[in-house]
Write a protein that binds this ligand. Sequence first.
Ligand SMILES: [Zn+2]
Ligand SMILES: [Zn+2]
Length: 280
Amino acid sequence: MDYPATSRSVTRVVRMIEVKERMREFKDALRRYTHLLKGGKIDLEKSVKIEEIELSLIEDLLKNQPVICRSRRDLQDLIGDLLDSGWIEEAMRKTSEGLNVEIDGDPKEALEAFLTGNVEKPEGKIALLVVQAIARCLAESKLEDNEIVEEITPICPVCGAESKTMVLERDGYYMVCPFCSYKWLVSRDKIRCPYCGNDNPVSLGVFSDRARRLGLVVCQECGATWRLVIDKSIKAPRILLPVISLGAEAYRQFIRDEMVRKPGGQQTTNTVVEGGGEEA
Ligand SMILES: [Zn+2]
Ligand SMILES: [Zn+2]
């Protein structure tokens, strides 16, 4: 039998108690960093509501489905098993109640519609939140077990979503998935393009303001751009980092200007955008 070790179970109990703490961190981070979005808006109330629902689904998965949710799993298989066990049906019911959204028809059909790309109907959106909670649970289990993939790619190894968010941590440059919040290592000592692998500083431009909190990176080898959370003092739940990084979109216009001024691109590395200073 494949039951989790006692130490894992204890970890999980501790983590369930932490849900309240995690909500507090989530709200704090939203309050503290939304100014970095520089005019970009997020619906705070709705974000908090959705996070509450997803964390309670994650908690429920860890409590009631620990054997199914072990870390060495493929997301597709996990969804299949949770569908068979009836967990997804129940989760969709709870989620629609939590959001006060009626779902018509069979939750299984709604999930299938979502998995085949139909997120227009309210059922599709409910299914999206449930699948996101499952993917986040899997990503957290993998990270807890130190299953960190080292790969040059913008595509999340856990859920397949594309990430445009890179985060500088103590030991390297990680991509963070906007859907499941898994992180994977792209490079250790210097920035590397997650699309083509280019790590030549001459052809990688980082546009940021003087505070150097967020940056927008452009690779002149392949033309890709992505956002970089430079400031290691930004402490937020990982699921929020892709949202916070959107503040770097403010520098996109400067990339265009720079490209026009320097066709072929030379020495754009670490460009500081004048006048793009931090708002209080
Ligand atoms: Zn992912
Ligand atoms: Zn590139």
